[in-house]
Design a protein. Structure first.
Length: 147
């Protein structure tokens, strides 16, 4: 599938700067129900003002949110939800493990796969990498609800 740029992503997600945490989608595999995207981590990110000014580290909760947003994009593109009528809400997180720091200048590579779906609720596995090294992994749950 063709990559999605910032404008394509903004058309599918309700998030906007500074909370839109996916810069580009590089691959969607509809058959495998998986997606690959990335977030370029800049020193200008708002959260670095307080986390931590002398040693900036991307908060783990923001890394998880980037994975959740990536999962929503996947759900929209594979037909789990309709971007015209549905809003996808992050409803749960399990087994989150943080395995490394994410700092300004890093590219956070995001990989999400749908692992199960029941009606409007779906489960996903998310992993994020910096320079090929796993920095965070988790299980995510989301629900499609009418706008």
């Amino acid at each position: 599938m063709d990559p999605l740029n910032y404008q394509d992503i903004a058309a599918l997600l309700p998030h906007r700067y500074p909370f839109l945490l996916v810069d580009r989608v590089v691959n969607i595999d509809k058959e495998a129900k998986s997606i690959e995207a990335y977030k370029n981590v800049s020193a200008n990110e708002e959260f670095f003002n307080g986390h931590f000014p002398d040693n900036p580290i991307m908060p783990g909760v923001m890394q998880i949110e980037a994975l959740a947003q990536t999962g929503v994009l996947l759900a929209m593109k594979i037909g789990v939800a309709n971007p015209e009528t549905d809003l996808l809400l992050f409803t749960g997180i399990n087994k989150a493990k943080f395995r490394g720091s994410v700092v300004p200048g890093d590219r956070l590579d995001l990989k999400v796969t749908v692992t199960a779906q029941r009606r409007n609720i779906f489960m996903m596995e998310g992993k994020a990498f910096v320079d090929g090294k796993l920095v965070v992994e988790c299980e995510l749950q989301a629900a499609a609800v009418a706008k």
